[in-house]
Design a protein around this ligand. Structure first.
Ligand code: CMP
Length: 132
């Protein structure tokens, strides 16, 4: 069993998509083992996106992720890190495979509904950031 961290981002929370997004993971056999909802501080946003601090879209990303409530979800299941990223789909909703969460609910590369950890190492880091 593996754990991974998902964020349901402000654009999805604003559009009342929390239930539908959680259902996508649950119907694919992943178990929700912890969750919280918070308005992220700038500090949390900077820690979470530190790896992108040199990117041209960093400022946009920080403004966006601190613009509303975020649901942090700890999921558990076989091969969870890889499978959850597959269920989420590509970063750009226009490139995402049919029926992935970003295909169904993403708007653009910034407002793309969800985030998921990309490695076991980042699961640990991101759990510490979002669950303290
Ligand atoms: P996420 O999985 O949360 O991790 C990094 C985020 O950076 C990513 O989702 C996108 O929302 C955002 N991102 C990546 N590439 C771009 C881009 N070219 N323009 C704007 N945002 C981007």
């Amino acid at each position: 069993m593996e754990k991974t961290l998902v964020l349901i981002k402000p654009d999805a929370v604003r559009r009342s998509l929390i239930g539908q997004i959680l259902h996508e993971y649950e119907r694919n056999g992943l178990e929700v083992i912890k969750l919280n909802m918070q308005l992220p501080s700038l500090t949390i946003a900077e820690e979470h996106y530190a790896v992108h601090s040199d990117k041209p879209f960093y400022g946009t990303l920080l403004n966006y992720i601190t613009s509303g409530q975020v649901v942090a979800v700890l999921l558990q299941g076989n091969d969870a890190v890889r499978r959850v990223r597959q269920i989420n789909g590509a970063t750009d909703p226009k490139q995402a495979d049919d029926n992935t969460i970003r295909y169904l609910y993403g708007i653009n590369k910034t407002e793309n509904a969800v985030h998921a950890s990309d490695s076991l190492e980042n699961v640990e880091k991101e759990v510490a950031i979002w669950f303290g």
